[in-house]
Design a protein around this ligand. Structure first.
Ligand code: PLP
Length: 396
């Protein structure tokens, strides 16, 4: 099929939830570049929304997946498989958690986290089920994770939503303290908010949340679906803060492009799950587990995460140059290679994204006046120069 026919099919047959797709049929990718059907090249600073951490066609990942596809794609969780065992070991040895469960997406991992929090208190005979989340947060698209998401626009089409969620301003410890009640089971936070516009938590905030949760016997849940797996320059974002959660979720980058999510927890919480309490058909299947093992192994190679930090500093420095050059940039936010450019209110992020698209760059207008960059972690300084050069030209 050629481009026009593909777009026609989508218009005629696909549910209209993604109206406003870019007029590009991505055919293949290599490194941080993707290519359209007729060979047009794009530098991808979005990476499938933070998914393609190793970019496209990474030789180590390709080889591992080819091998795995030929060997075994799926079997049920009624049996043991080696790739899943490797993945369990890798995640537990490299995190503050003691046990893990595999899902297929971020929403599902979060759904599991919320079920686990409820089960934990149920097991102890306590009537605690409410969860407090933050304004601008994003936790997923299932009904429950939609309810957990602190953005009105996602709630509206589905009200009434499942009960038990309270939303408070982000980075506001007092608001959190005031929202806690006798039925509060958990506080769920993204250490770096992604969809809300790339807002990192403040150090005192996460520390304060940890202390509050300890005092009030509440579980702290970190949604690291977007900020985890190397994105911030540490394997997990919580390491940047030195604050540990009781439950943590991962997805996006974990499988390097193959769908997989993970729910991790400390032993005292994880042990609330008993046989039959939770499960999945696909979660952590051989293909997805092998993809995640391979992705993590590359990220954990000597120097890889240091490289992310170094490229992050470089990227930020180049973006800061823009502030000096134009009054159309108000600020820069983010951690590691999860960065945002706050534009002046006269500049539409959507229009700017389209102009960059026309010049061969994929970025994301995460909010009305905010541009988001989530490049593959293998991005190079030369790629960053190309993007910032175009931005300087467009924003002048
Ligand atoms: C993307 C995202 C989710 C949802 O993940 P899906 O895989 O789309 O279900 C949840 N939380 C955060 C922080 C995310 O960025």
């Amino acid at each position: 099929m050629l481009k026009d026919e593909i777009i026609k099919c989508d218009e005629n047959y696909f549910m209209t939830v993604y109206s406003g797709r870019y007029p590009l049929v991505i055919d293949h990718g290599s490194g941080i570049r993707v290519y359209g059907q007729d060979g047009q090249e794009y530098l991808d600073f979005l990476a499938g929304i933070g998914v393609n951490a190793l970019g496209y066609g990474h030789p180590v990942l390709v080889k591992a997946l080819q091998e795995q596809v030929a060997k075994l794609i799926h079997c049920s969780n009624l049996y043991y498989i080696e790739p899943q065992a490797y993945l369990e070991k890798l995640l537990i040895k490299n995190s503050c958690c003691d046990r893990v469960f595999f899902a297929n997406s971020g929403s599902e991992a979060n759904e599991g986290a919320l079920k686990l929090a409820r089960k934990y208190f149920k097991t102890r005979g306590e009537k605690k089920f409410e969860v407090i989340t933050a304004e601008r947060s994003f936790h997923g698209r299932t009904l429950v994770t939609t309810a957990a998401t602190g953005q009105e626009k996602y709630h509206k089409p589905y009200q009434p939503l499942p009960e038990g969620f309270t939303v408070v301003p982000f980075n506001d410890l007092t608001a959190m303290e005031e929202a806690v009640g006798p039925e509060t089971a958990a506080v769920m936070i993204e250490p770096v908010q992604g969809e809300g516009g790339v807002y990192p938590a403040e150090q005192e905030y996460l520390q304060g949340l940890r202390e509050l949760c300890n005092q009030k016997d509440i579980l702290l849940i970190f949604d690291e679906v977007q900020c985890g797996v190397g994105r911030t320059g540490s394997l997990f974002a919580y390491e940047e803060y030195g604050v540990e959660a009781d439950i943590m979720t991962l997805a996006k980058a974990l499988g390097g492009g193959v769908p997989i999510g993970a729910l991790l927890a400390k032993e005292k919480v994880a042990s609330a799950f008993e046989p039959g309490d939770h499960g999945t058909t696909f979660g952590g299947n051989p293909l997805a587990s092998r993809a995640a093992v391979t992705t993590l192994e590359v990220i954990l190679e000597d120097g890889f995460l240091e490289g992310v930090k170094e490229k992050s500093s470089y990227f930020i420095k180049q973006l800061e140059g823009l502030i000096a050059e134009t009054c159309n940039v108000k600020g820069i936010r983010g951690l590691g290679l999860m960065l945002a450019l706050e534009l002046s209110s006269s500049i539409s992020a959507k229009d700017l994204t389209m102009e960059l698209f026309n010049r061969g760059f994929l970025v994301n207008a995460v909010q009305e006046h905010t541009l988001r960059f989530l490049p593959p972690l293998i991005v190079e300084k030369a790629d960053i120069d190309l993007l910032v050069g175009e931005l300087a030209d467009l924003l002048k």
